[in-house]
Write a protein that binds this ligand. Structure first.
Ligand SMILES: *Cc1c(COP(=O)(O)O)cnc(C)c1O
Length: 409
């Protein structure tokens, strides 16, 4: 706040290009933090919002229902792994995590097990900035220190070290298993980001971890919550990252790309068993009711975005981007200052040995016509799925040039 970094005024955006006030155009490598999977200013999504705003932009969702909400809920149930067939709509990713946590706590409380109210997670996670979500973020990078007086003390297992495509090491899940065995009577749920940890370090880990975790949760009577807010809607090469492990969580949070990047909106999905449990007390009411629940504009554009995804052969596009990223990012391994390079789906990560100087490196990226926003040691891209091979190559070449010229800027 006191010494702000430069901010670049954007006046419009179209396809994969952001237009600056001075007329320059930048190729977008960020999808506005995982969201804009179809690119910007998409005619089909614009049309969906226009049509809906002409009908109604909002109406309360208490005692009232409406076609955009019903249609979207049906669609989400259709495309998500069975048996997730119940949908709760809310305002943002963080809130959908709050909702998931409340579902788990209310579930056990309704079943006369109120002592089961703690959460177990893994280090390196990011689940949002509200209090319940902050309390399950990584204890070092997740603001625990600053807000420790008001954050609930949950249980943390180490971050899985086994990489996505390395051979599986059974040791990886040892400490998590010990925590479950020691604390199962207090634990309501395990919550984590499946396969890809996003803002906590852009780390890809082995799907076998999730299969074993699913079995442990079943054996020890714990709910399993997957935060698919970043990974959902194709980013990792599967529609949902849980599909890499061929298992299904009890609760799944969706956000970010759900509206194709048009507005803030999220959903928490669960199954009949959780809903039946929740309904044992409190008159069968789930204790959460956001004012803008199931906002019709958001539902309409989310429905259009999902249709567009399925009409667009998203999987081929994500595979194409993955291939280009693997090829073109590989030489970065040889650059001084680079600790690791990893690619999964439409996500490419260059991990530096030291934190990058964001203001300086960003200035160089903008001067070269690309939009990439590093954090900490990480320079990473997750472009809109519609990016052409040419634009993607340009994006990666500029990043490598900048890193080569000024390691850690
Ligand atoms: C971004 C993100 C959130 C928080 O979503 P907001 O819409 O920013 O509140 C939660 N979990 C994950 C995995 C995220 O990437």
């Amino acid at each position: 706040m006191s010494r702000p970094l430069p901010a670049y005024p954007v006046v419009s955006a179209s396809g994969v290009r952001l237009k600056l006030a001075d007329g320059r155009e930048l190729i977008d490598g960020m999808s506005s933090w995982w969201c804009a999977v179809h690119g910007y200013n998409h005619p089909v999504l614009n049309r969906a919002v226009h049509d809906q705003i002409d009908a109604m932009s909002h109406v309360m969702f208490g005692g009232i229902t409406h076609p955009p909400a019903v249609g979207l809920a049906r669609k989400l149930v259709d495309i998500s792994p069975a048996p997730l067939n119940r949908v709760f709509f809310c305002d943002s990713g963080s809130v959908s995590v709050e909702v998931a946590i409340k579902m788990a706590v209310q579930y056990w409380s309704s079943l006369q097990r109120p002592e089961k109210n703690r959460l177990l997670t893994i280090r390196g996670g990011y689940h949002g900035d509200t209090f319940g979500a902050m309390a399950v973020c990584d204890p070092e990078s997740g603001m625990h220190h600053l807000f420790s007086a008001v954050l609930r003390k949950h249980l943390f297992a180490p971050r899985p070290v086994c990489r996505f495509d390395d051979p599986w090491h059974p040791d990886d899940i040892f400490e998590l298993t010990s925590l479950i065995e020691a604390y199962e009577g207090e634990i309501a749920a395990v919550i984590l980001e499946p396969v890809v940890q996003g803002a906590g370090g852009m780390w890809f880990y082995h799907p076998e971890y999730l299969r074993q975790l699913r079995r442990l949760c079943d054996e020890h009577d714990l709910l399993l919550i997957f935060d698919e807010i970043a990974t959902g809607f194709g980013r990792t090469g599967k529609l949902f990252a849980t599909e890499h492990a061929s298992i299904c969580p009890d609760v799944m949070c969706l956000g970010k790309a759900i509206t194709g990047g048009y507005m803030s909106f999220a959903a928490t999905l669960t199954n009949d068993r959780i809903v039946d449990g929740l309904s044992h007390a409190n008159d069968g009411v789930f204790m959460h009711g956001p004012t803008f629940m199931a906002n019709p504009l958001a539902c309409a554009v989310a429905t259009a975005s999902i249709d567009l995804l399925f009409d667009s052969d998203w999987q081929a596009n994500v595979e194409r981007i993955e291939g280009v990223l693997r090829n073109l990012l590989a030489p970065a391994r040889q650059l001084p200052g680079v600790a690791d390079v990893r690619v999964l789906g439409a996500i490419g990560v260059i991990e530096m040995r030291a934190p990058v100087k964001v203001a300086e490196i960003q200035q160089q990226f903008v001067a070269r016509g690309i939009w990439v926003r590093p954090f900490g040691n990480l320079v990473y891209v997750m472009p809109p799925y519609v990016i052409s091979d040419g634009d993607l190559a340009f994006l990666v070449e500029q990043i490598l040039d900048v890193l080569e010229g000024s390691p850690n800027a």
